[in-house]
Design a binder for this molecule. Structure first.
Ligand code: B12
Length: 136
């Protein structure tokens, strides 16, 4: 399967993003890594260009929430993204917050999987379980 990944907004934290690329490769995915400082339009354009099945976004500085509010109106401008699996992880708020509150908010923005302060491998395991369940 094809995955587009990167770090959203004005976020320069690159380490988790590089690890994500390596882990996805090791799990057999074809990876298109847009790197840090990536805007939503660039993610969706890359999904269309590559025909990706999954969009996997990282945010460490907590800015993601501001961007995520734009997802629904922006996604509506693209065709054929209904089957795209959308996942986000990292530090999903500025300061502290708990996953119980954060996860439903992000699901409402349009994400299928939300991993607030969850390690990469646990997150990728849940992605694989999600895809398996969906393809049943
Ligand atoms: C290194 C670092 C920096 C470096 C980044 C260098 C670089 N180019 O990457 C520098 C010094 C430049 C930096 C700058 C800033 N940083 Co900084 N930084 C860190 C630090 C110390 C480590 C981050 C890191 O690389 N960790 C290693 C990776 C492997 O671990 P990780 O990031 O935790 O990622 C794991 C999980 O989050 C998860 N994960 C991540 N993404 C995803 C995605 C998915 C889908 C899944 C499933 C999982 C997942 O998997 C990873 C591995 O298990 C953290 C504090 C900390 N101890 O975590 C702060 C931290 C992330 N930084 C922070 C901040 C605030 C900033 C600045 C805004 C500071 C400032 N005032 O200038 C700027 C940001 C500028 C910008 N435009 O983004 C805050 C964010 C707080 C928040 N969200 O509320 C933190 C948490 C520090 C803190 N406690 O306040 N930072």
């Amino acid at each position: 399967m094809k995955v587009v990944t990167g770090v959203v907004g004005n976020d320069i934290h690159v380490v988790a993003n590089r690890l994500m690329e390596l882990s996805l490769h090791a799990r057999g995915y074809e990876v298109f890594n847009l790197g840090v400082n990536t805007y939503l339009e660039e993610f969706f354009d890359a999904v269309v260009e590559t025909g990706a099945d999954i969009l996997l976004i990282s945010s460490l500085n907590g800015e993601a929430e501001g961007w995520s509010r734009e997802i629904k109106p922006l996604k509506a401008k693209y065709k054929n993204l209904d089957d795209l699996v959308m996942m986000i992880g990292g530090n999903l708020v500025v300061g502290s917050g708990n996953a119980k509150d954060i996860v439903p908010r992000y699901k409402n923005y349009g994400f299928d999987l939300v991993c607030h302060q969850v390690d990469l491998n646990t997150g990728l395991n849940s992605l694989e379980a999600f895809i398996k369940e969906r393809n049943k």
